[in-house]
Design a protein around this ligand. Structure first.
Ligand SMILES: Nc1ncnc2c1ncn2[C@@H]1O[C@H](COP(=O)(O)OP(=O)(O)O)[C@@H](O)[C@H]1O
Ligand SMILES: [Mg+2]
Length: 232
């Protein structure tokens, strides 16, 4: 899954991002520089509205940017066509969201199979890989449940299974425990930690939960549009 332990998964240089609202231009990211290596967990912390989700969406080729260089998993994200963005996302990265965004009309198993089917993996293989991953997140008995039949903690774990099933190089998580109570947050955090230890993907962890952030190898916060290491 990963080329080499020491390779660079994310390289950001001089990243600029503006939003235009009516005739006002707001600068959200201003000359941001950072690097994340293969197998590294990096947190992105900071107050609400500082640009955490904006940064994550840029790294996942969900959003464009206005200046600088962004290279993710060996792909320069500047000037990608819509089709190239889609391919990049399908091949290289996964998202874990706060509102895990499970498809309500599909079972847990089908939700986890979805990214594999999009990557054109055959049905039987997709099914067995998705089952395996659901087992790993402790939901081996719930494969046929629909999202409405799962608790918040269980849904979050299905979201994690769906993100990890394709064995991507990079997982982008936006406040993954944001909707969970403390016990479920701890459970999800331990789960992500142990899966990262097993699969060694790089992980960008956007959070304002200190306990969750403490699992990062490198902690950072966005200050004045730049990513600044948190020491200690
Ligand atoms: N599509 C958009 N158009 C205009 N402003 C936006 C848009 N998306 C986000 N913003 C603004 O950019 C800032 C950063 O947003 P966001 O990245 O979501 O912050 P965070 O995730 O750190 O809470 C906020 O002030 C937000 O209102
Ligand atoms: Mg956000």
């Amino acid at each position: 899954m990963i080329n080499s332990e020491n390779s660079v998964t994310i390289s950001v240089r001089g990243l600029e991002k503006f939003y235009q609202v009516v005739d006002q231009k707001y600068q959200i990211l201003s000359g941001m520089d950072f690097e994340v290596r293969a197998g590294e967990i990096a947190s992105v912390e900071g107050a609400s509205g500082v640009g955490k989700s904006t940064l994550l969406n840029i790294l996942g080729a969900m959003d464009s940017f206005d200046g600088g260089e962004v290279e993710v998993c060996g792909v320069s994200l500047k000037n990608l066509s819509e089709k190239q963005r889609e391919n990049f996302r399908a091949e290289k990265i996964s998202f874990i969201f706060q509102q895990h965004l499970l498809l309500p009309d599909f079972t847990a198993l089908e939700n986890v199979m979805m990214p594999l089917l999009i990557s054109k993996i055959n049905l039987n293989q997709a099914k067995s890989q998705a089952k395996e991953m659901l087992k790993l997140v402790g939901l081996g008995e719930r494969t046929e449940s629909f999202p409405s039949q799962l608790s918040g903690g269980e849904s979050a774990r299905v979201g994690v299974a769906r993100a990890l099933v394709g064995k991507k190089q990079l997982i982008l998580a936006d406040e993954p425990t944001g909707n969970l109570d403390r016990d479920n947050s701890r459970h999800l955090m331990d789960l992500i930690k142990s899966l990262q230890n097993e699969f060694r993907f790089s992980l960008i962890l956007v959070t304002h939960d200190m306990e969750l952030a403490s699992m990062a190898h490198k902690r950072n916060r966005i200050v004045s549009g730049r990513l600044t290491p948190i020491n200690g």
